[in-house]
Design a protein around this ligand. Sequence first.
Ligand code: CDP
Ligand code: CDP
Length: 223
Amino acid sequence: MTVRLVVAVDGPAAAGKGTLARALAEALGLPYLDTGLLYRAVGRRMLDAGLAASEDAGPIAQALVPADLERTDLRTPEVDRAASLVASQPAVRSALLDFQRGFGARHGAVLDGRDIGTVIFPDAPVKLFITASTRARAERRWRQIGGDVALSENVRIAAIEAVEAELQARDEADSAREVAPLRPATDAVEIDTDQLDAQAVLQEALRIVHERTAEHARTAAIS
Ligand code: CDP
Ligand code: CDP
């Protein structure tokens, strides 16, 4: 029997979901899908069309093509905001559902996002919820987007605080929306990464994957 393992990786912005999910997929020999890119691509196309991201983005979500995910301009601050706005629309989420489920169902996969463990794959045998304090996440995102560590301390802190405010606003909107809000699935294992580098997070995640899959195989054999 071929086992199509699905690993759900969820959590707030810049927690290290993508870094972990990519490394896990490689370690487990599974395909990887960054589902945030789907919402980013829809937000990008809304901006390109001169539409506010609060307007109906359903038709654009339905018309998304793979090339939209390859664009290099999906990680700007304005796309961060637009992605979160379109992601609160039920029509957008349902337009993107089949693609995500199909991707995971074919060969198994590691998917990262906000609702993988709660909505997209509620039966996934392994669900990880990656967290870190807002300050740690803001520092990481600031470095990731090219923050200059040589800046004077005051300027650096002000820049990090600006990133932190944006992350916080997006997390609050993602958690408060009615459809597929950001929250851990009841059976998710939370990893607080404040004190952990990417390698340590990967080791902990692999330990959980092996524990969960062994448990799953045992329960399946009994029932
Ligand atoms: O996917 P998500 O937005 O959750 O975060 P990411 O893009 O994987 O990680 C954000 C930044 O934090 C990247 O530059 C990672 O290299 C860094 N990171 C880190 O410093 N420590 C970790 N444990 C995980 C990620
Ligand atoms: O990398 P970062 O964590 O900053 O963001 P992302 O994962 O690329 O997601 C961008 C936005 O898309 C999020 O703020 C969410 O509003 C939305 N999103 C979602 O609603 N559901 C997902 N499965 C993935 C992303």
